[in-house]
Design a protein around this ligand. Structure first.
Ligand code: HEC
Length: 144
C-alpha cells in the first residue's frame, strides 16, 4: 500500500489536468469534486482487490465520499451545460431523483466504512458503491 497509494494519487492528478482543461466556474468545481470521488473510490477499490484493508485509509476515503455526496446536489443546482461538461440536461428535469442518487452513494460509503473489518462484507459493500456511481452516470452523464 505504501507504494500503491501515491501512484494512484499521481495518476489521478494527471487525470484532472487532462480532463478539465477549459472547464471554468461551476462546471470545473463539480468536475473536480467528481474526480475526488473517483480518487477515493480507486483507493477503496485497490484495497478490495488486494485484500489489505487499512481502516484509517477506509475512514479517510469514505469521509471524502460522504462529504461529496452531501454537497454534490448543491454543486449541480445551477443548470450549466458549458463545454467540456459531461452533465446531461436530464439532471435538471429530474433533480430530486438525481439528488437521491447522491444520497444513495453517501449511504453506500457509510456501509463500506462500517465493513472495514471483514473482507467479504467490504467487497460486497464496494460493489454496492460502484452500482450507485453507475446508476447515476447511466442516466445523467454523457457516454463517451
Ligand atoms: C447522482 C449522480 C452521480 C453519482 C452518484 C456519481 N456521479 Fe460521477 N458524475 C456525475 C455527473 C453528472 C458527471 C459529469 C459532471 C460534469 O461533467 O459536469 C460525473 C462525472 C464523473 C467523473 C468524470 C470527472 C471528470 O470531469 O473528469 C468521474 C471520474 C466520476 N463521475 C466518478 C464517479 C464515481 C467513482 C462515483 C461513485 C463512487 C460517481 N461518479 C457517482 C454524476 C454522478
Amino acid at each position: 500500500m505504501k507504494l500503491l497509494l501515491p501512484t494512484i494519487f499521481l495518476f489521478g492528478m494527471s487525470g484532472i489536468l487532462l480532463a478539465h482543461s477549459g472547464a471554468t466556474g461551476v462546471v470545473k468545481t463539480r468536475m473536480d469534486a467528481m474526480v475526488e470521488v473517483s480518487e477515493a473510490t480507486k483507493v477503496l477499490g485497490a484495497m478490495s482487490k488486494s485484500g489489505v484493508i487499512d481502516p484509517l485509509i477506509v475512514q479517510a476515503a469514505t469521509d471524502t465520499l460522504m462529504e461529496k455526496a452531501a454537497h454534490a446536489p448543491e454543486l449541480f443546482e445551477q443548470r450549466d451545460l458549458s463545454s467540456p461538461t459531461e452533465a446531461l440536461p436530464a439532471i435538471w428535469e429530474n433533480y430530486d431523483d438525481f439528488s437521491a442518487k447522491f444520497d444513495a452513494m453517501g449511504r453506500a460509503a457509510r456501509m463500506l466504512r462500517e465493513s472495514a473489518d471483514d473482507r467479504e462484507t467490504f467487497d460486497a459493500a464496494f460493489r454496492a458503491l460502484g452500482k450507485t456511481c453507475q446508476s447515476c452516470h447511466e442516466i445523467y452523464r454523457l457516454k463517451k
